[in-house]
Design a protein around this ligand. Sequence first.
Ligand SMILES: Nc1nc2c(ncn2[C@@H]2O[C@H](COP(=O)(O)OP(=O)(O)OP(=O)(O)O)[C@@H](O)[C@H]2O)c(=O)[nH]1
Ligand SMILES: [Mg+2]
Length: 368
Amino acid sequence: MISIIVPTYKEVENLEPLSQMIAEAMVGLDYETIIMDDNSQDGSIEKAQALSAHYPIRLVNRTENRGLSPAVIDGFDEAKGEIVVVMDADLSHPASAIPKMVEQLQSRSSDFVLGSRYVEGGSIDDSWTLWRYINSVVATIPALPLTKVKDPMSGFFAVRKADIPEKQQLSPIGYKIALEVMVKGNFAKVSEVPIHFVDRVHGESKLTLSEQLKYLRHLRRLYQYKFKTKAEFIQFAMVGSSGFIVDLAVYLLLQMFGATHTVARAISFWPAVTWNWLLNRTITFNHREKTKKSTQWSAFASSSLLGFGVNFGTYYTLTEYVPFFAEHTILALIIGVLMGMGFNFSISNLFIFKKLREEVDHETPLRK
Ligand SMILES: Nc1nc2c(ncn2[C@@H]2O[C@H](COP(=O)(O)OP(=O)(O)OP(=O)(O)O)[C@@H](O)[C@H]2O)c(=O)[nH]1
Ligand SMILES: [Mg+2]
């Protein structure tokens, strides 16, 4: 059996054409449609009841933990089929692609099939403005390292139920449930089936700016999941570079006000260290347990001083004792910086920003 999960919020006008479109596409196939509705109060319940006389439809009315992604995740539990399809209710996703998607799963030529606008044969609605297209493409780029697909933002996908990651493992923030399942499921074979994406006619889009901002937090979390320490190190290095700018600015500013360069150097270190600590606390190691600020700051500042020692020590040793580096001092400087940063990162990672925090983020309820 194939279970088609459709998250809905105020889609009453779309339910009938959706059911019809699905029925036409699924002729001869054993399927059920599960409408995961977030208590829309727009007549969706009554409509679904009426439709269930003619179509294999089931409506689940949710009243807690609202949101598209949680609705889909609950839908996974509801699904009776060995194959699960997820699609939008607003008629944007052509049900006619489902048999092909399912076939790829059944023949084991794929483990996760995505309905894709950006593979050959796929397309978007003619009404899309260039601006909307650019938006979509730009949003796609940061997701590319996470998967190999061309349309990671798509919400139309099919997967074997047995391959869906455990509920506790899934923690999307925002709309991108397909991306979440794709990354966490670590599928050996992922494929894309071209679709023509049709814009919604009835009802309103629920994709607000705040949903789009959640996407950034979701991406960060997926990078963390997939690249672990590497992702932290890159963030740590980026924070460090921004700290260098703070250091330099304060150093130059103090001298403008008459400080000598040694005094300026000795002072500018501290705002830079504080800046780095704050950003690492709120960004790089945001998912770690929050410990007492003053203690953590002191530990971070001490580690940075030692790190500076490692940095300078490396530079000094290389340029004093290795003739090659005496001639290529800039290389020695770079190695020193990397050694110092590696030292700082290890200490921060192991001792200063310790345990992982419980993931507590849930989607905030829709207020409409
Ligand atoms: N259960 C549930 N479904 C939702 C929620 N928000 C959106 N949906 C459904 O998720 C699907 C996609 O939502 P859309 O508003 O169409 O989002 P979108 O397709 O990214 O944006 P558009 O391109 O403007 O259509 C639709 O079927 C919505 O009804 C929610 O909070 N709860
Ligand atoms: Mg839509």
